[in-house]
Write a protein that binds this ligand. Structure first.
Ligand code: GDP
Ligand code: MG
Length: 686
C-alpha cells in the first residue's frame, strides 16, 4: 500500500493521453474508454485540447489500484508547452516515457530525456502503436538504445506486430499475455516460434539486472542464473537508481499491454516514501529545506500548475512533500510572503473535482481560490518555513505584436492576459510605449495561436499575430556645432531664445550628458534647464528615421537673450532647433538591437545552423558540446531573428532550441539602413 505519482512524458502524438486513458480504464477509475478522435478522453478536457486533438496542459487523474494510491499526470509533450512538462516533473516520483513504434524522427524525445536526467528521474519506457502497419519494435528499440545507451533493457517483447499484434511476452515471468479479447487478457505459454528469441532476450535481461546489485552479480557469475525473484529485485534496484530503463510494449488505443504497464510502473518505480529517502541520500539539500522527513508533521507543498477555470475559479495544483494539508489550514506562501487558507481540497480525475479531507506527503491535489499563489511557489506551515528551489520554467523565445480588432479592446486585453500569465509562466506580455506594440512572448507558434483562441473564446477579444517593430535607435559618429535661434518679435509680446550647442558622440549608450559652458552671462542661468529639456525632447525623434537618439554629449557654450521676450519656452525651442541642426552635421546613423543567442542542436544540424546565422548577418562567438548536442553562442541583429523560433525548428526537424537576451546596440550597415528608413517613411506617411 503505497503512494505513487507518475508523469507520462513523450513527444506529442506518441500516445500519452491514450495510454493514460487506458490505464484509468484498466484500473477501473473510468467506466468508458475515451478516444482522442472523438474528443471523449477525461485527460484532454479543455476545449482547445479537444479541438486540436492534442494536449496543451498537464492533466491529472487520481485512482487506486491494488490498494495503492496512484497520481497520474499526462503532460503535453510539445516544446510549445514545455513549461507544463517541466512543472509536472517536479511533482512526481517516476516517469513513464513513451515512444512511437512507427518509423520517423522523434527528436523531442532527446530533449525530454535530458530534462529527466536533470531531475534524476527514475523511468520506464513504453514503445506504443505496435498495432500500426509500419510499427517496428526492434528498429525503434535499437534506435533509442543507440541514443540513450545500454540502460534501456527489454522486459517485454511484442507478440506479432501491425494487425497481427496480439499481445506481449513478459521476459521476467517468461509468460505470454494474449489480448485477442482486450477486456480479458489471458496469460499463456510463450508460443514455440518465439521461444528462442525470448530466451535470448531473457539472458540479456538477467545479465543487466545482475549488474545493478553486487550480491546479485556475484551469484550470477557463479551460477549463471537468477531466480525470478532475484531478477525482479535487480530490476527494481537498477530502475530506482536510474541505472536501468525497462522497456514495455503497447497498443494504447486498444488498451493492449496497458494493464502490464501499470503493473510494471507500480512494481519498478519508487513510491513517495522510497523516493523521499533517495532524494535525501542523493541530493544536496539546501538549508531550511529539510521538510522531507517521514516524521515531520509540518506541511510543505510545491505549486506546479495553475488553472483558472471558467466555473471553478482559480485552481492551484500542488504536490505535498511533507506533512499533511487539511482544509482551513493556514499556509504560508514562502515565495511571496503571503498567507493562504484553502477552504477545500480536491483530487482531480481530469476536470472532475473529488473533494478530499486531506492531502498527505506524496499526494498531488488541488487547492482552490488561493489569492496570491502562482506556479512554482512553495506553500508551507508558517511555523516551519520552507522554500523549494524554483521550477525551471523555460524562457519564451518567440515574440509577436498583437494586433487588435477594435480600439476599445485594449483595456479588456490587459486583464485577460494578466490572467493567462498567472496560469502560464512561459507567457510574457508587455506594451512598448515607443513603438506602440503590444508584445507577446511565448514558446512557439502553436503556443501563441492557442492564446489567441482563448482570448476569443473566453474574453471575446479578437486579435491576430503580427511582426513586432524593431526598436531602432539613432546616434552620431562625429562632433558638430550648431546654432538654434527662435525669434518671433512681431506685435505684442515676442519670443526670443538663442543658443549654440556642441555635440559629441558617446557611443551606443543610453541617455544624454549635458554640460553648461556659458561664461559671462550670454544666457541667464535660469534658461539653461529649458535648453536641456529642448534637447531631450528632440532626442525622442532623431533626424535619420525619427527613432529615439542615444549616446549624446551636448554642451551649450554660447547664445544670446532678450530682456523682455526671452522665456523658458523660447529657449526650449532654441535648444531643440540647435540639436537637430547639429545632429544633421554629426554623421547621424541608425542603430539596431543585437541579440545574443544560445542555440542547442544535434551535431548533424550544426552546418545548417551556422550557415543560417551567417545569412542573418550574425556572427558565431563560440561552440561547445553538451552530451550529444552542440551549443552555439552567436550574435544576431533582432530584425533578422524575429521568427528564429519557427525557423530553427524547421531547420532541425523540431529538435533545436535556443535562449536569447539583448546584448547591445550596433550601427546598421548603410544599404540595410536605407531600406529600413524607406519603409519607416512609407509607414509614417500613411
Ligand atoms: P499524445 O500527444 O502523446 O498525448 O498522443 P495521443 O494520445 O493524443 O495520441 C495521438 C494519436 O495517436 C491519436 O489519434 C490516438 O488515437 C493515436 N494513438 C495513440 N495510441 C495509439 C495506438 O497504440 N495505436 C494506434 N493505432 N493509434 C494510437
Ligand atoms: Mg496528449
Amino acid at each position: 500500500m503505497g503512494i505513487y505519482s507518475f508523469a507520462i512524458v513523450a513527444h506529442s502524438g506518441a500516445g500519452k493521453t491514450t495510454l493514460g486513458e487506458a490505464l484509468l480504464y484498466r484500473a477501473g477509475a473510468i467506466d468508458k474508454l475515451g478516444a482522442i478522435g472523438a474528443g471523449t478522453t477525461v485527460l484532454d478536457a479543455e476545449p482547445e485540447e479537444k479541438e486540436r486533438q492534442s494536449s496543451s496542459q498537464t492533466a491529472m487523474a487520481h485512482f487506486t489500484h491494488d490498494g495503492h494510491s496512484v497520481h497520474l499526470l499526462d503532460t503535453p509533450g510539445s516544446m510549445n508547452f514545455l513549461g507544463a512538462t517541466m512543472g509536472a516533473l517536479r511533482a512526481v516520483d517516476g516517469v513513464i516515457l513513451m515512444a512511437n513504434a512507427e518509423p520517423g524522427v522523434q527528436s523531442e524525445t532527446e530533449l525530454l530525456w535530458e530534462a529527466l536526467e536533470q531531475h534524476g528521474m527514475p523511468r520506464i519506457l513504453v514503445i506504443n502503436k505496435l498495432d500500426k502497419e509500419q510499427a517496428d519494435f526492434d528498429a525503434r528499440f535499437d534506435n533509442l538504445r543507440e541514443i540513450f545507451g545500454t540502460r534501456l533493457i527489454r522486459v517485454q517483447m511484442p507478440w506479432g506486430t501491425g494487425d497481427q499484434f496480439k499481445g506481449v511476452l513478459d521476459l521476467v515471468e517468461m509468460a505470454a499475455y494474449d489480448y485477442s479479447a482486450p477486456d480479458k487478457p489471458q496469460k499463456t505459454d510463450i508460443p514455440a516460434e518465439l521461444a528462442d528469441v525470448a530466451e535470448d532476450l531473457r539472458y540479456q535481461l538477467v545479465e543487466s539486472a545482475a549488474e545493478g546489485d553486487d550480491a546479485l552479480l556475484e551469484k550470477y557469475l557463479e551460477t549463471e542464473e537468477l531466480s525470478e525473484e532475484e531478477l525482479r529485485q535487480g530490476l527494481v534496484a537498477g530502475t530506482q537508481q536510474g541505472k536501468l530503463v525497462p522497456v514495455f510494449c503497447t497498443a494504447a488505443q486498444t488498451t493492449v499491454g496497458a494493464d502490464r504497464v501499470l503493473q510494471g510502473a507500480l512494481g519498478l518505480l519508487p513510491d513517495a516514501e522510497t523516493r523521499r529517502r533517495q532524494r535525501q541520500a542523493q541530493e544536496q539539500v539546501p538549508e531550511g529545506y529539510a521538510p522531507e522527513s517521514a516524521d515531520n508533521p509540518d506541511a510543505a507543498a510545491l505549486v506546479f500548475k495553475t488553472r483558472i477555470d471558467h466555473y471553478a475559479g482559480k485552481l492551484s495544483y500542488v504536490r505535498v512533500f511533507s506533512g499533511t494539508v487539511k482544509p482551513g489550514d493556514e499556509l504560508l506562501n514562502t515565495t511571496r510572503g503571503e498567507t493562504e487558507r484553502p477552504a477545500h481540497l480536491y483530487k482531480m480525475v481530469g476536470k472532475e473535482q473529488v473533494e478530499v479531507t486531506q492531502l498527505a506527503a506524496g499526494e498531488i491535489g488541488v487547492l482552490p481560490k488561493l489569492s496570491h499563489t502562482h506556479s512554482g511557489d512553495t506553500l508551507s506551515n508558517p511555523k516551519h518555513k520552507v522554500e523549494f528551489p524554483p521550477i525551471a520554467f523555460p524562457t519564451p523565445v518567440l515574440t509577436y505584436a498583437l494586433q487588435l480588432g477594435g480600439k476599445g479592446e485594449e483595456d479588456k486585453l490587459g486583464a485577460a492576459l494578466h490572467r493567462m500569465i498567472e496560469e502560464d509562466p512561459t507567457l510574457q506580455f508587455s506594451h512598448n510605449a515607443e513603438t506602440g506594440d503590444f508584445l507577446i512572448n511565448g514558446m512557439g507558434q502553436i503556443h501563441l495561436e492557442l492564446v489567441l483562441e482563448r482570448l476569443k473564446r473566453e474574453f471575446n477579444i479578437e486579435a491576430t499575430l503580427g511582426q513586432p517593430h524593431v526598436p531602432y535607435r539613432e546616434t552620431i559618429r562625429h562632433g558638430a556645432k550648431a546654432q538654434g535661434k527662435y525669434k518671433k518679435q512681431t506685435g505684442g509680446r515676442g519670443q526670443y531664445g538663442d543658443c549654440w550647442l556642441e555635440l559629441k558622440p558617446r557611443g551606443a549608450v543610453d541617455g544624454l550628458e549635458f554640460h553648461n559652458a556659458i561664461v559671462g552671462g550670454a544666457i541667464p542661468k535660469n534658461y539653461i534647464p529649458a535648453i536641456e529639456k529642448g534637447i531631450q525632447e528632440a532626442m525622442g525623434k532623431g533626424v535619420v528615421g525619427a527613432y529615439p537618439v542615444i549616446g549624446i554629449d551636448a554642451t551649450v557654450y554660447d547664445g544670446s537673450y532678450h530682456d523682455v521676450d526671452s522665456s523658458e519656452m523660447a529657449f526650449k525651442i532654441a535648444g531643440s532647433m540647435a540639436f537637430k541642426k547639429a545632429m544633421e552635421d554629426a554623421r547621424p546613423v541608425l542603430l539596431e538591437p543585437i541579440l545574443e543567442l544560445e542555440i542547442v542542436v544535434h551535431a548533424d544540424y550544426m552546418g545548417d545552423v551556422m550557415g543560417d546565422i551567417n545569412s542573418r548577418r550574425g556572427r558565431v562567438l563560440g561552440m561547445d558540446s553538451r552530451g550529444r548536442n552542440q551549443v552555439v553562442r552567436a550574435e544576431v541583429p533582432m530584425g533578422e531573428a524575429l521568427t528564429y523560433a519557427i525557423d530553427l525548428r524547421a531547420m532541425t526537424s523540431g529538435q533545436g532550441y535556443f535562449t536569447q537576451r539583448f546584448a547591445r546596440y550596433e550601427e546598421v550597415p548603410a544599404p540595410i539602413a536605407d531600406k529600413i528608413i524607406k519603409e519607416r517613411q512609407a509607414a509614417m506617411g500613411e
